[in-house]
Design a protein around this ligand. Structure first.
Ligand code: LIP
Length: 317
């Protein structure tokens, strides 16, 4: 494969995500994975399986596309295998404001290295704590950026036998594994669409919380003020699964402060292609300050309610 056609990138991402997901499922130690490190707090864990999944994904993609670059949760920015050492360009700055109705996704801070047209954005396990505890809502998330813009996204949720995918401009799709659980037995892909025209008071809203206590205090205050204004709240523990739930109409909206680019790069495209609007507050691009995803009509109402609750008042991490 030498092209960078979004459809080709999506098919490679699907094959690799399924391979990683099946490894994570079949090789998960019976007593649970070993925690091999922590990041932002003692509860922000890395397991041996996060690293194994990341290695598998990067190696398998490199086998096919050695000139591509990577941004992955556990390794950060990874240069192309074949590029000379000085190919990493200084950071480029994307437009940092979009009107609330637009749907644009933030990019990572590192630019795509000059020698690489394509950069892969990887979360080897999104929902690591769920994976650690044996809960089903965790995902392998792989997005492909071409010239700095996400053009293909894949989220594989092995615990539910579901594979979400999207190519920019090509809609959002869901494949379900058959009862036998084999990818070969996967049902035909079907299109998914977000809910539209949902009143705020009837909205089922997914959200998540950070790992640091000081941030969680503010997040708790915000959700306490939001709760009486909506139908109910759901907290799955994986932004990628939550955004795919928006795409499939299983929840009406999702918001969270503090998620990383690799958490939402793939699922954000899937939700966008399913008809949702994704952005931050007051025209900002969705990113670590805040990400809001909702269908037509609901986005503006949820945005305005959140804006009034000042969800970004805690210190940025
Ligand atoms: C997770 C996010 C989720 C958030 C969790 C955690 P991780 O990512 O996907 O939205 O609420 O606290 O950050 O750490 O499992 O890759």
């Amino acid at each position: 494969m030498n092209g960078a056609e979004p459809g080709e990138l999506a098919e490679l991402a699907i094959a690799v995500a399924v391979r990683a997901g099946r490894m994570l499922t079949s090789q998960r130690p019976p007593g649970g994975p070993h925690v091999v490190g922590t990041k932002s707090s003692p509860t922000d864990v890395v397991t041996e399986m996060d690293r194994a999944s990341e290695r598998l994904i990067i190696d398998r993609i490199r086998d096919v596309r050695p000139g591509d670059a990577f941004l992955s949760e556990e390794s950060g920015a990874v240069r192309p295998d074949t590029a000379p050492p000085d190919t990493v360009r200084p950071d480029t700055v994307r437009p940092d404001t979009v009107r609330p109705g637009a749907a644009r996704l933030g990019t990572g801070t590192q630019a795509t290295p000059a020698g690489a047209l394509v950069r892969w954005i990887i979360d080897p396990i999104d929902g690591t704590v769920n994976y650690l505890y044996g809960l089903p809502d965790w995902a392998v998330s792989i997005a492909a950026e071409r010239s700095g813009r996400v053009v293909a996204g894949v989220v594989y949720v092995p615990g539910r036998g579901e594979l979400f995918s999207a190519v920019r401009g090509g809609g959002a799709w869901l494949r379900r594994e058959s009862a036998e659980g084999s990818h070969a037995g996967t049902e035909a892909a079907r299109p998914v669409h977000c809910n539209s025209g949902v009143a705020l008071s009837e909205a089922l809203v997914a959200t998540g919380f950070g790992y640091e206590a000081a941030r969680r205090v503010v997040q708790g205050e915000v959700v306490a003020r939001l709760l009486p204004r909506v139908r109910d709240i759901r907290r799955a523990g994986s932004a990628a699964v939550d955004l795919c739930a928006v795409a499939a109409g299983r929840v009406d909206a999702f918001y969270e402060r503090g998620i990383n680019y690799w958490d939402h790069a793939a699922a954000g495209l899937i939700a966008e292609e399913a008809g949702a609007t994704i952005a931050g507050l007051n025209g900002k691009v969705a990113g670590p300050d805040l990400l809001i995803a909702a269908g037509p009509g609901l986005f503006a109402r949820l945005h305005d309610l959140l804006a009034a609750l000042d969800p970004e008042r805690d210190a940025p991490t």
